[in-house]
Design a protein around this ligand. Structure first.
Ligand code: COA
Length: 263
């Protein structure tokens, strides 16, 4: 354990896309440090394992089938979390969608699907938890970014644009919601092992090597390393930190050359 076991004792966390990948490990680590955890996922098949893991850690778990693109559904998610777990202290906007496609070939629906999940979903879910956090006198929101979002992002124009929007939204909400004692920060991963992102974006061995060549620490990140950054930002250790983007990418962003994945 890197942090104290009771770091988040008595708190309730909500993680969108918490049934798989980075979201799964964030959810498990939040529970390991004392939080009760709710997750959303579009696919109910992704509910069982995370609920079992959280309950095995002695915490309450709630899995809700929802699509963050729909503001009525994000509203319903926030209401259910409050009804069943009593409060909402932490929100991690982790749900994402992505695929490699040249902008020239990208259909309007392909663009819309990714931008709506990543950018609209982050906004809708954040707004949906606002009343609970306001009434409770504060909260912590962490948005998951992407380290190609402030550079050119060939073949992920949809995701790059949406994640760049999420970074700006992070800073804006941090300022607007500071009077409510709600802190809003971002964690920006580089390439992380055992994720859908790496499977989708780096499956080709040439691309995989080209990406690793740009990472000063010369390895993929671990999902736990993203979760630990989230834990830090939602913990009292970060009580004076808001609007920050914590980059967790092995130093890749210093060295990020614009490369073209094999598509
Ligand atoms: N290349 C080009 N276009 C693609 C595509 C690909 N690999 N995958 C999907 N699309 C297009 C579809 O063709 C469709 O457009 P069309 O109507 O013009 O044909 C559009 O995207 C929407 O696809 P659909 O499958 O209906 O959307 P969805 O809402 O069910 O799924 C996605 C959203 C596309 C993002 C899907 O990949 C997804 O659900 N991903 C979740 C997991 C994920 O991406 N994780 C990675 C995180 S880094």
């Amino acid at each position: 354990m890197i942090f104290r076991e009771d770091l988040l004792q008595g708190q309730v966390a909500l993680v969108t896309g918490g049934g798989t990948g980075i979201g799964f490990v964030i959810s498990r680590e939040l529970a390991r440090h004392g939080a009760d955890v709710a997750i959303t996922s579009r696919n109910p098949e992704h509910h069982t394992q995370i609920v079992q893991e959280v309950e095995a850690l002695g915490r309450r778990a709630l899995a809700i089938q929802a699509d963050v693109r729909d503001p009525e559904q994000t509203q319903r998610v926030a209401e259910r979390v409050r009804e069943e777990l009593g409060r909402i202290d932490i929100l991690v906007n982790n749900a994402a969608g992505n695929f490699l496609c040249a902008a020239e070939q990208l259909s309007p629906n392909g663009w819309r699907a990714v931008v709506e999940i990543v950018l609209h979903g982050t906004f809708f879910m954040s707004k949906a938890v606002l009343p609970a956090m306001k009434e409770q006198g504060g909260g912590a929101i962490v948005n998951i970014g992407a380290n190609y979002a402030w550079l050119a992002a060939p073949y992920v124009s949809h995701s790059g644009a949406a994640k760049a929007g999420v970074l700006n939204l992070t800073r804006t909400l941090a300022v607007e919601w500071a009077p409510y004692n709600i802190r809003v920060n971002a964690v920006t991963p580089g390439p992380i092992a055992d994720t859908e992102g790496v499977r989708r974006l780096m499956s080709d061995p040439k691309t995989h090597k080209a990406v690793l060549d740009t990472v000063p620490l010369k390895r993929l990140g671990k999902r736990e390393e993203i979760a630990w950054a989230v834990l830090f930002l939602v913990s009292p250790a970060a009580a004076y930190i808001t609007g920050h983007n914590l980059v967790v990418d092995g130093g890749m962003w210093f060295n990020h050359r614009m490369f073209r994945p094999e598509v």
